[in-house]
Design a protein around this ligand. Structure first.
Ligand code: C2E
Ligand code: MG
Ligand code: MG
Ligand code: MG
Length: 283
């Protein structure tokens, strides 16, 4: 009996050891076909103004619905795409699709919505990003100023001076720049003073249960005050409860995103939500 068990166990461990590698390889192979098979979609999560409760923007979030495997999280496949170079066609698809949707919003009189796109490391490092952006917005029939880029800190620190120049160039085209997941990585006050951001997004790890955690409260208050002194707008990510919302409202946060108001939605549903003039009641 013990031996059988041992044997099974051996197989089990073998599987365990090989599972990640197999998965990654299989995912990579599937990902190569994701665009042509039309398995990618952009979902939109509303950004809500905390003074009015109205939707003022949206973050485009990539969704991959693989034929056999079903939904696969971007947190899982974006890193694989980055490693394998597949990020290039995927990022192009994301930017094109987001611009196409932005144009549709404009055609329906919803041009006040700012659409934010997450920028990959590949895109940010691409020499011709500004030209690419101009080309894509031009062919979609919108101005670059209607698009926002969300960048994480790790994209910027490799060469701060180079990043400053790039961001300035992008901003000269009208693009707004948001720093994403603020506070989770190498947050350095040195680059905060140098890099020309417009928006700071407080990561959801600070937001979670903030009303019960005095340390998170202290940090978040300080971030909001500092950002405002620097002339940045502050958005809180991942707001799930009324308690979290209340703290953020009382402490001057400008906007929020989170399941409390809405999950990321397919474009049509998002558009309907904006049209319905959905509002967050802030008490
Ligand atoms: P992110 O840009 O920080 O996006 C926020 C993540 O939080 C999203 O996860 C969103 O669905 C999730 N979220 C929003 N509200 C809540 C909430 O109330 N509670 C909780 N628990 N989560 C919430 P998602 O869509 O899985 O995306 C994960 C990450 O993948 C993104 O983090 C972003 O870094 C990356 N990503 C997504 N789409 C793209 C894309 O088109 N291009 C690139 N380069 N990266 C993308
Ligand atoms: Mg983001
Ligand atoms: Mg984030
Ligand atoms: Mg994140």
């Amino acid at each position: 009996y013990a031996q059988t068990l041992g044997g099974n166990r051996y197989e089990f461990y073998q599987k365990l050891l090989s599972v990640d590698w197999d998965n990654e390889l299989a995912l990579e192979i599937d990902l190569r076909h994701a665009i042509e098979r039309q398995e990618l979609q952009l979902y939109y999560q509303p950004k809500v103004d905390l003074r009015t409760g109205e939707i003022v923007g949206a973050e485009a979030l990539l969704r991959w619905f693989q034929q056999a495997k079903g939904f696969i999280s971007p947190a899982k496949f974006i890193p694989i795409a980055e490693e394998t170079g597949l990020i290039k066609p995927i990022s192009d698809w994301v930017l094109k699709t987001a611009c196409k949707h932005t144009k549709l919003l404009h055609q329906e009189g919803l041009g006040f919505i700012r659409v934010a796109v997450n920028l990959s490391g590949y895109q940010f490092n691409q020499e011709e990003l500004p030209q690419q952006l101009l080309k894509i917005t031009l062919s979609a029939g919108i101005e670059p100023k209607f698009i926002e880029f969300e960048l994480t800190e790790s994209l910027l620190i490799a060469d701060v001076k180079l990043a400053v120049d790039k961001l300035k160039l992008l901003k000269s085209l009208g693009i707004k720049i948001a720093i994403d997941d603020f506070g989770t990585r190498y947050s350095s006050l040195n680059y905060l003073q140098q890099l020309p951001f417009d928006i700071l997004k407080i990561d959801q790890c600070f937001v979670r249960d903030i009303e019960h955690n005095s340390k998170k409260q202290a940090i978040t208050k300080a971030i909001i005050d500092m950002a405002h002194q620097l002339g940045l707008k502050v958005i809180a990510e991942g707001v799930e409860t009324a308690g979290e919302l209340q703290f953020l409202c009382q402490n001057g946060c400008d906007e929020m995103q989170g399941y409390l108001f809405s999950r990321p939605l397919p474009f049509r549903d998002f558009k309907q939500l904006v049209k319905s003039k959905a509002i967050l009641s802030i008490k």
